[in-house]
Design a protein around this ligand. Structure first.
Ligand code: AMP
Ligand code: MG
Length: 484
């Protein structure tokens, strides 16, 4: 039994379509996130029961659920698509968690909706596993993100390029409202709906904005700031989202849609993994510009709410957008300063960060191991492994000497700061692939081991020290796919 309270489903009919999840033949629970269940006030024992599995597979919903597919639009790789919507996701309803926060509970992969176009509305088990692992790791790495409550194998075959076992992910989000949700009503020139959506999203995510002189502008400013800080956090982990289309950007500031995403092993700012990102639009270093562009689209959509006079609206929106680079830079520099163990940040340190990232790219060093080794050295360890990582190329000794000059003294504080932001483990792409391949063969031990290890990414545990290592040459993942 779940106390759903479905405020989104009480918005006007044109915000969504009522849908019923497709039934699946032989559901089985592959993974259940017990800690998250408890945080949501849900009983893990009930969720693992036949009734719980019936809900997580979409076969039978509790009567309090009000399943809908949400309408949205979006710019995909810069091209306008006036209607996208949940084509393979169904929102069952909202629950209030133990902290009093409203959270969406959504099934991803449970069949067609009016927004499916030619798609089957299904998900492969592999894609559900990927999203579970990556979103849960992101949460443990202290990055705002949607969460994963469960993965179910459906017992169906889902035809893609090859035949794959089907799966359903239960996704939890502060909300699934996207930049593209606003664009949908902008496209329809439906100002009434825009206002209701903005009021709903503001109350849910930034209630303090309702008190501002211009609430819609204050709301927009908060979304801009949330996204600027999010992108900085991604970059500090070497994370590349891969599909930063406006339909994949939340209003809440949570990371959403772990499709062809990747975590960088050997660092280069131009890295791209997604097979569909042919021109590197969403490369590691392009992510702030992409987010800024998306937010400009949100500004366009909100403009009539922000000011009656379009020229006045434009001025206010531009000023709000101009805050993006400042908030981003501040978050980027303070975050990287902490990673390098710099306890204060001024022009000299900013330059050091830029030079060091360039140096790391030239050395093709493993991003995560580099910062780990630096943390160890700050804690008094030998620097042999760092030298081994960097190889014997020119500039290594000079770089280490420069870093030492900038990081003298106050060792305890420095080590604590570095340990708190330089993870021991990240969801390395080759490990995610191994979990997917094993799951496709019906073996879930790899998935469970990774989920457990990545729930504590800052801790050193001997049993999982193999997960610290970069891929061997034959294990390197060069390209990632949506794998829907
Ligand atoms: P994404 O690339 O996951 O952000 O999805 C972009 C759009 O394609 C969204 O409107 C999805 O609902 C839709 N979509 C993706 N995969 C499927 C599928 N298998 N069946 C139906 N719609 C899909
Ligand atoms: Mg999407």
């Amino acid at each position: 039994m779940i106390n759903f309270d479905n405020t989104y489903a009480r918005l006007p009919d044109r915000f969504y379509a009522h849908v019923v999840p497709a039934k699946v033949p032989a559901p089985s629970l592959v993974g259940l996130n017990e800690a998250l269940a408890e945080e949501l006030g849900l009983d893990p024992v009930w969720l693992s029961s036949a009734e719980g599995l019936a809900m997580l597979s979409g076969n039978q919903l509790p009567k309090e659920a009000d399943p809908i597919a949400q309408a949205y639009a979006g710019h995909q790789f810069g091209g306008w698509v006036p209607e996208l919507g949940d084509g393979r996701a169904i929102l069952l309803g909202e629950v209030i968690d133990l902290h009093g926060k409203r959270r969406d509970l959504q099934l991803k992969g449970s069949g067609q909706t009016p927004f499916s176009r030619r798609g089957d509305g299904k998900a492969t088990l592999g894609s559900a596993i990927r999203e579970y692992l990556c979103s849960e790791a992101m949460a443990a790495l202290n990055v705002p993100t949607t969460r994963a409550l469960a993965v179910v194998a459906t017992g169906e075959i889902v035809p893609r390029e090859h035949a794959h076992p089907g799966g359903i992910l239960t996704r939890i989000a502060g909300s699934h409202i996207r930049v593209g949700t606003f664009q949908y009503f902008q496209g329809l020139q439906d100002q009434d709906a825009l206002r209701q959506l903005a009021d709903h999203a503001m109350k849910r995510h930034f209630p303090e904005a309702t008190q501002a002189q211009n609430p819609y502008l204050a709301f927009f400013e908060r979304v801009v700031a949330a996204q600027a800080s999010l992108i900085a956090k991604w970059m500090q982990l070497g994370f590349i989202h891969g599909v930063m289309n406006t339909d994949n950007m939340t209003i809440s500031g949570e990371t959403i849609d772990f499709g062809p995403c990747a975590f960088i092993d050997s660092f280069h700012p131009d890295k791209v993994f997604s097979s569909i990102d042919r021109h590197g639009r969403y490369a590691w270093s392009n992510q702030p510009q992409a987010a800024h562009w998306n937010l400009a689209r949100l500004g366009d959509a909100l403009s009539p709410l922000i000011a009656k006079d379009p020229a006045a609206g434009k001025t206010l929106i531009s000023a709000a957008l101009d805050r993006f680079p400042h908030v981003f830079k501040e978050a980027y520099h303070s975050g990287f300063a902490a990673k390098f163990g710099l306890l204060s940040i001024a022009e000299k340190e900013e330059q050091f960060i830029a030079d060091s990232l360039q140096f790391m790219a030239e050395q093709e060093v493993d991003f995560t191991l580099f910062f780990r080794e630096l943390t160890r050295i700050a804690g008094g360890s030998e620097s042999a492994r760092l030298r081994e990582l960097l190889g014997s190329r020119a500039g290594v000794e000079e770089w280490i000497a420069d870093w030492k000059v900038l990081t003298e003294g106050e060792d305890d504080e420095r080590v604590r700061v570095m340990q708190d932001c330089n993870p021991v483990l990240i969801p390395r792409n080759h490990r995610v692939e191994q979990a997917i391949q094993a799951a496709e063969a019906g073996e879930f031990g790899v998935f469970r081991r990774l989920a457990e290890a990545w729930s504590e990414p800052f801790a050193e545990h001997e049993e999982v020290s193999d997960l610290e290592e970069p891929p061997l040459s034959h294990e390197v993942v060069c390209e990632t796919f949506c794998g829907t």
